[in-house]
Design a protein around this ligand. Structure first.
Ligand code: AMP
Ligand code: MG
Length: 326
């Protein structure tokens, strides 16, 4: 597989369309209060729409591949959900011609929840809470063969493209191919450039990124670790796998995800880390769990053999693992 392989082309094309759909929904609904509605319908529409588009294109081009994805159409097929389903079909139709609402359900259901020798892992909207808040979210897609991630793409529609202009142009795509490096493109898939992790060697100069949500990671343990390493810069809290992207482009040095004390036995989902992890690694970073073990993408939808996540620029990995054990 190289940069011009059909898998890479398909991944880029689906990510561009799905992120345009998500942004359209976010813009259409952001004016009123509906983005904060307790039934979370905007995010539902975007989640399902994004999954429909991506599954449809992958199944069309790679009919034998399994797609492991977060959603299925069961809820949508309920009679009281027909309006929402029509709404979704209307949005999807702007990107791929749709003949009926039923067809959209069938595309969503190309997704399954069991892994195989070669499969795609999809999170149609990662960082739902960020999407609802108008902060960061990502569309995350990875191709996994024999438990190893071969290709990863992250579309981050609301992420500043240039780290020196945080209020400038928004929307980036991160792409990595095993053995081929990591790249950032703009939201239309052009202006591709290689990206690299930071070269920070002194732990005290590191910058940590972590989840915004206290239920998703143990902020207090992260803070203690920062103190141990004499890190003075405040942690950058960000939703979604955009954290992997900003680490891969050298903006931060460490991504910590120690399981929250609210749910200490939590097992991570493969679609929450597959795409991000290859993007960080191919940019020169290292990705393990907080015990230093490689990430497990072969057991099923959950990373059963792992506990938390540690991503670094590689140079600082062992120092941080040691400090986490202390
Ligand atoms: P983030 O945006 O980094 O907070 O991560 C969002 C992801 O966290 C979601 O896609 C969920 O799958 C995942 N998640 C849900 N509950 C937990 C939990 N208790 N610990 C860690 N991650 C979680
Ligand atoms: Mg997710």
């Amino acid at each position: 597989m190289d940069q011009n392989s059909p898998e890479v082309m398909t991944a880029i094309q689906t990510a561009i369309r799905a992120s345009a759909l998500c942004e359209k929904i976010r813009m259409d609904l952001a004016g009123g209060e509906s983005l904060l509605k307790s039934d979370r319908s905007p995010v539902t529409i975007a989640d399902y729409g994004s999954q429909a588009i991506i599954c449809k294109l992958i199944r069309e081009r790679f009919p034998d591949d399994t797609i492991v994805a977060e959603e299925d159409s069961k809820e949508l097929r309920r009679s009281d959900r027909s309006r929402i389903l029509e709404h979704i079909a209307g949005y999807v139709n702007a990107f791929i011609p749709v003949s009926s609402s039923e067809e959209v359900c069938s595309w969503i259901d190309f997704g399954s929840n069991s892994v195989s020798g070669r499969f795609w892992a999809l999170d149609p909207i990662d960082g739902t809470k960020g999407f609802l808040r108008g902060d960061q979210y990502a569309i995350a897609l990875a191709l996994i063969e024999k438990g190893r991630v071969k290709l990863g793409i992250l579309a981050c529609p609301n992420l500043y493209a240039d780290i020196h202009h945080p209020f400038g142009e928004k929307g980036c795509l991160f792409l990595a191919l095993k053995g081929n490096g990591s790249f950032q493109m703009d939201r239309w898939g052009v202006n591709k450039r290689p990206i690299f992790v930071s070269k920070v060697t002194n732990p005290s100069e590191a910058v940590i990124t972590e989840s915004v949500e206290p239920d998703h990671a143990d902020h207090l343990t992260h803070q203690r670790l920062a103190q141990k390493l004499n890190i003075s810069k405040p942690s950058l809290r960000m939703d979604s796998q955009a954290k992997y992207g900003i680490l891969a482009r050298g903006e931060v040095t460490l991504y910590l995800r120690v399981p929250s004390s609210a749910e200490p036995g939590y097992k991570e989902n493969i679609w929450d880390h597959a795409a991000g992890s290859i993007i960080a690694e191919e940019a020169g970073g290292r990705v393990t769990d907080v015990m230093g073990r490689p990430l497990d993408f072969s057991s099923g939808i959950k990373m059963e053999k792992n506990h938390g996540i540690l991503v670094s620029n590689g140079i600082l990995h062992e120092v941080v693992l040691k400090a986490l054990k202390m």
